[in-house]
Design a protein around this ligand. Structure first.
Ligand SMILES: [Zn+2]
Length: 191
């Protein structure tokens, strides 16, 4: 009787264990699946990471990087060339300025010469008018060579009725009849 009761207890325990196991089984299964999935994802991630790293290391330097390296190496030479270029340009600019200054000087000098020539030509024309007025005055007044005559006496014999003036500021000496009138400026003389 005692043995029967014990046996019943054992069986009950076995049944309970079986029931518990049966209840826990799907949960364990699910945990295993999740774990497997997590491990799989982690491995995949690791593989991708390794691939990226390998690709990064194997990647040849881009054209931009190569260009930058080349430029970096060539920088001192380029700087030197830029400096030389700048110096050459400054030198050229200085030379051009000097040439312009010289040309301006030449032009001013030529302009002055031209002015002098024009003033001289006008003065010689004035001297011719004075000489002509003297001849007319001598004829009208029946005067001959050696007669004295003053500028104001000639006023009426000039084409526009006024005494001519030297544009260079020269002073006219009428001189006696028979002698040519002269201007005090050098070069202003009748031929
Ligand atoms: Zn003159």
């Amino acid at each position: 009787m005692k043995t029967k009761a014990a046996s019943a207890w054992i069986w009950l325990a076995v049944l309970l264990l079986a029931a518990a196991t049966a209840l826990l089984l799907p949960v364990r299964q699910r945990q295993r699946e999740l774990l497997a999935s997590a491990i799989g994802q982690a491995r995949e991630l690791e593989t991708v990471r390794a691939e990226i790293e390998r690709a990064r290391l194997e990647l040849p330097p881009t054209a931009e990087v190569r260009q930058l390296r080349l430029e970096n190496a060539a920088l001192p030479k380029l700087r030197n060339e830029v400096r030389q270029l700048r110096e050459r340009r400054e030198q050229q600019a200085r030379e051009t300025l000097q040439q312009l200054a010289n040309a301006r000087e030449r032009l001013l000098s030529e302009k002055q010469e031209l002015n002098d020539l024009q003033t001289r030509a006008v003065c010689i024309k004035n001297l011719e008018e004075i000489d002509s007025a003297k001849h007319q005055w001598a004829a009208v007044n029946q005067e001959s060579s050696g007669a004295r005559v003053m500028m104001d006496q000639l006023a009426g014999f000039f084409p526009n009725g006024t005494v001519p003036v030297c544009a260079a500021g020269g002073h006219y000496s009428v001189n006696r009849i028979g002698a040519p009138p002269v201007c005090s400026v050098s070069g202003h003389a009748l031929p």
